[in-house]
Ligand binder design. Structure first.
Ligand code: ATP
Length: 456
């Protein structure tokens, strides 16, 4: 690191408000329906946010499918037959306990309320917002699924739900995929897609949303081998975070105790991330046994067993190890992780130290002046770099240091400056986001050099 970078602020000083403000100011995320006063917990990803999130999803997809021989992908429909959710247990049991304060009218998720009361040292009958005692209602069960009607007639027969998890789309396609792809166990099916939960309380930017995206993989194994596969997937998923530049000290394991385990799970471990508002779940790894396939076989009347030809033609329902991470929650974790403040040339700068593979903008090209023939050369340079990913062209003039600072704030790994000397020596200056060091590079070699550096 350059000597000019004098200090680096740690994650602890990164406040969520600063990150949210930066995201809005620089086009990562905007409050949903903002011109109508906003829709709570709905966020729209802007030009940089969609790029960041797509890069994260691509990194996951590549690791989970292209780089494995034993996982294939699907993309199931969001709307599924109502029986799917009856079989899965969601219609009867996908509930959160809800508590209201009769005084201040605030609404809480009972389990989170108790955690907050404990943190604040309050008795369990005291409202954490208005501080009144005895105004909290008894917990009521509230189903988190969004209910709607399919087709023109709104009656019981037309009820469908917006899926609260993507996993069921995989289970109902298990036999289709296995047969079409001639797969032998063990193998997995991966999917990235939207999920919807009518969360009682939403908070913390894109941490808890009502519409979000999940990246899930269900791995089907022979009963009896699930514990070994569970351990293997725990390790694989943990290691994956290094490949997107996560600070590993900010990750922790959390094992579900008996009162936390979902109805379908035999064992569950979460990967927690140290968000600025506390250490919270980011990914879940679950041993779902044969619960889901068994229920779908019962409810549909279809045979969902697997014929194990390599194992004496045994027939059985596979067990399932699931890995499930929210794309939005992970995006927030990587935003928090990247956020840094340091001092360059005596001035404070905000720098998003994204891993190069997930950085939304890969290279920014800046002509030193807005005049020809510099502009033409700078535009040609930019055109030669477009295959590397999203590039920006900044000819706003003025201080080049200020332009570098703007790119640091969105995490652009490299800035390329085209100056008057470039017209003579066919070289440009490449400036590195992390070290702030600058080097002269021949224009002809620039695409190859940057392609290599972006991979490193
Ligand atoms: P929580 O306890 O935070 O409500 P959960 O245990 O219900 O989460 P899972 O059902 O295991 O979550 O979902 C898997 C992943 O999907 C979570 O680890 C998280 O990353 C993501 N996720 C779940 N609910 C939401 C939400 N409302 N908004 C954003 N991401 C979510």
């Amino acid at each position: 690191m350059s000597k000019r970078v004098q200090a680096s602020a740690s994650l602890e000083s990164a406040r969520l408000q600063d990150i949210v403000a930066l995201c809005k100011r620089r086009g990562f995320a905007f409050p949903g329906s903002e011109i109508y006063g906003g829709l709570q917990a709905a966020w729209d990803y802007g030009p940089l946010g969609v790029e960041l999130r797509n890069n994260i999803k691509r990194a996951w997809w590549e690791a989970m499918t292209y780089q494995r021989e034993d996982v294939v992908g699907i993309d199931a429909a969001i709307l599924m037959a109502r029986q799917v959710w009856q079989a899965s247990g969601h219609e009867a049991g996908f509930n959160d306990p809800l508590v209201d304060c009769k005084n201040c009218k605030n609404r809480f998720r009972a389990d989170i309320l108790v955690e907050d009361q404990d943190k604040l040292g309050l008795a369990h009958d005291v409202c954490i917002i208005c501080g009144k005692q005895g105004t909290l209602t008894e917990p009521r069960q509230f189903n988190l699924m969004f209910k709607m009607n399919f087709g023109p007639v709104a009656d019981d027969a037309s009820i469908v739900y917006l899926r609260p998890e993507t996993a069921q789309g995989i289970y109902v396609n298990f036999v289709n995929v296995q047969q079409a792809m001639r797969r032998k166990l063990p193998f997995g099916i991966a999917q990235i897609g939207k999920a919807f939960r009518n969360e009682i309380v939403t908070a913390n930017f894109i941490f808890r949303l009502r519409e979000f995206e999940q990246m899930e993989m269900q791995f089907f194994v022979e009963p009896g081998s699930e514990d070994r596969w569970f351990q293997e997937w725990r390790q694989t998923r943990w290691e994956w975070y290094r490949t997107v530049g996560m600070t590993m000290e900010h990750l922790h394991w959390h094992q579900h105790g008996p009162d936390e385990l979902a109805h379908y799970a035999k064992e569950a471990w979460d990967i927690y991330y140290d968000f600025p508002f506390g250490s919270k779940e980011m990914e879940g790894i679950h041993n779902r046994t044969d619960f889901d396939l068994r229920r779908h076989a019962e409810f549909s009347g279809k045979d969902l067993t697997y014929l194990d030809e390599q194992n004496g033609n045994k027939r059985y329902l596979p067990y399932v190890v699931e890995t499930s991470v929210g794309a939005d929650r992970l995006t927030l974790a990587l935003l928090c992780d990247a956020y840094n403040e340091d001092i360059v040339d005596g001035e404070k700068r905000v720098v998003m130290r994204f891993h190069k593979r997930i950085a939304p903008v890969k290279v920014a090209v800046m002509p030193l002046s807005k005049k020809e023939p510099l502009v033409k050369l700078a535009k040609d340079v930019r055109a030669s770099l477009m295959h590397l990913g999203l590039t920006q062209y900044d000819d706003t003039g003025g201080n080049i240091g200020r332009r570098y600072r703007r790119q640091d704030e969105i995490g652009t790994p490299f800035c390329v400056t085209v100056d008057f000397q470039s017209l003579e020596d066919n070289q440009v200056t490449v400036r590195d986001r992390d070290t702030t060091e600058q080097r002269r590079v021949p224009i002809a070699d620039l695409p190859d050099i940057l392609a290599r550096d972006l991979r490193s």
